[in-house]
Design a protein around this ligand. Structure first.
Ligand code: NAP
Length: 261
């Protein structure tokens, strides 16, 4: 299927690794020019160089910046301001016990996982509407639908974003070619998941492989997702064909969430 988005410009946050990189790769393979953002320039440049080799027809630019800060976003919009596609993404907050989280911990989570996407949307949505096409995909988490107590910082901040998006997606921008959706990963094979499994293994006095097996068995698909699969869903949500899908929370979790909606 030709997604009809070749030549568009995409901003992809958290794009040096994992799910963000999967999205950048899938968009570039559809002919979309991408601006990849991450803090660490070494991994970012290495991933960008590989993508330039794999998709030589598109422009792949990088901005090494913290997307959760005002200065970081200024650098991103200094590179370009009229993005057609925005994939909001940064690292998730750490797990823990809410009794140990102080105001600073909450502010950091809200900054990264609620206000960062809202600021990126604010900077781009009206331009998209004026040009008659826009796709915003927020990478959130299956924990929005199936919250775990240890992920309280993520549940809290991301639920705020989810509520905001539900309203904005149905505002007049919807009639002007702009869709805004949240893409909710379950367990995907990324550095972040590896870190979580290491923690579980340490706490449970078991091996990382045993912790991974237990986790896989809880997923109907019997495996972790691949970032490329996630990226393909993201690219479809950015396609011309997906123009009638907006305000949705789309799970990619191998069937782990047991509900019907
Ligand atoms: P990952 O493999 O750790 O990759 C995170 C990427 O984001 C890296 O490129 C990282 O590069 C970048 N990043 C982190 N903080 C940033 C910041 N402040 N500014 C700019 N770039 C930043 O993580 P992932 O698994 O892809 O997860 C992506 C998102 O999905 C996270 O919010 C995570 O909580 C959520 N999620 C993931 C899973 C899963 O199973 N993987 C499940 C549920 C939810 P630098 O560190 O160099 O900046």
């Amino acid at each position: 299927m030709d997604l009809g988005i070749a030549g568009k410009w995409a901003l992809v946050g958290g794009a040096s690794k994992g799910l963000g990189l999967g999205c950048a790769q899938a968009l570039a393979h559809e002919g979309v020019n991408v601006i990849m953002v991450a803090r660490g320039s070494e991994a970012l440049e290495a991933s960008a160089a590989e993508l330039r080799r794999a998709a030589p027809a598109v422009q792949v630019l990088t901005v090494a910046a913290d997307i959760t800060t005002t200065a970081g976003r200024a650098a991103i919009f200094g590179a370009r301001s009229d993005y057609d596609i925005v994939v909001t993404n940064a690292g998730g907050p750490p797990p823990g016990d809410f009794r140990t989280w102080d105001r600073d911990a909450w502010i950091a989570a809200v900054d990264a996982n609620m206000l960062m996407p809202i600021e990126l949307i604010k900077a781009t949505v009206d331009g998209m509407a004026a040009r008659g096409y826009g796709r915003i995909v927020n990478i959130t988490s299956s924990a929005v639908k199936a919250p775990l107590d240890i992920l309280g910082l993520s549940n809290g901040a991301r639920s705020g974003l989810t509520g905001f998006v539900a309203g904005l997606a149905r505002s007049p921008v919807a009639a002007r070619g702009v869709t805004i959706n949240n893409l909710l990963p379950g367990a995907f094979d990324t550095d972040r998941l590896k870190g979580t499994l290491r923690n579980w293994a340490q706490k449970g006095g078991t091996t990382v492989e045993a912790a991974a097996d237990t986790r896989r068995k809880a997923i109907p698909a019997g495996r972790f997702g691949e970032p490329a699969e996630f990226g393909a869903v993201c690219a479809f949500l950015c396609s011309m064909q997906a123009g009638y899908i907006t305000g949705q929370n789309i799970l990619a979790d191998g069937g782990a969430y047991p509900g019907t909606y």
